[in-house]
Design a binder for this molecule. Structure first.
Ligand SMILES: [Zn+2]
Length: 164
């Protein structure tokens, strides 16, 4: 299991996970290192440190669930279809702290931008993305991806030589 994939299982944004892989800091080192050292020794931004430390106290999402979610959504946000960012986060539709629910049904692939919007609390309702909207977007996007995948599979030229 790569460092990057492990962070993703904990709900850390994929672009940060990629950076941590490059720095070579594992999830257990991140967990055990003080905020001060993470900032001074590893040059990790303070805004990231709090968020990631919080993610790392959860149970990681099962590897197969992660893979299925990402494949079914083509590794992009189900709300903007990757238009806002290539990076993604595995988002808990109903907050993890409330249910500790890591099941497929409670997870959706979002970009960091839409993830922020989904977590806006106490802001005018018009600026917030609701649980229901995410569930519907996930369902619709997965259906579309499936259709596109089937189409692509049908259009694929047949490869390989006929052997005598
Ligand atoms: Zn998005």
């Amino acid at each position: 299991m790569s460092i990057e994939k492990t962070y993703i299982q904990y709900g850390v944004p994929s672009n940060w996970a990629h950076d941590y892989e490059l720095i070579g800091i594992s999830t257990s080192t991140f967990r055990q290192t003080s905020k001060k050292n993470l900032f001074e020794k590893y040059n990790i931004r303070k805004s990231q440190i709090d968020f990631v430390k919080n993610c790392l106290v959860r149970q990681p999402i099962n590897e197969n669930v992660v893979l299925k979610l990402l494949e079914n959504s083509r590794f992009v946000c189900c709300l903007c279809k990757g238009q806002k960012s290539d990076a993604f986060i595995l988002h808990h539709i109903i907050e993890y702290s409330l249910t500790k629910d890591n099941k497929y049904s409670n997870l959706a692939v979002l970009c960091p931008n839409d993830h922020d919007l989904a977590h806006r609390h106490g802001v005018a309702l018009t600026n917030k993305i609701t649980e229901q909207q995410i569930k519907e977007a996930k369902k619709n996007w997965e259906t579309q991806v499936k259709k596109e995948n089937n189409k692509a599979a049908l259009n694929k030229p047949i490869r390989g030589k006929i052997k005598n």
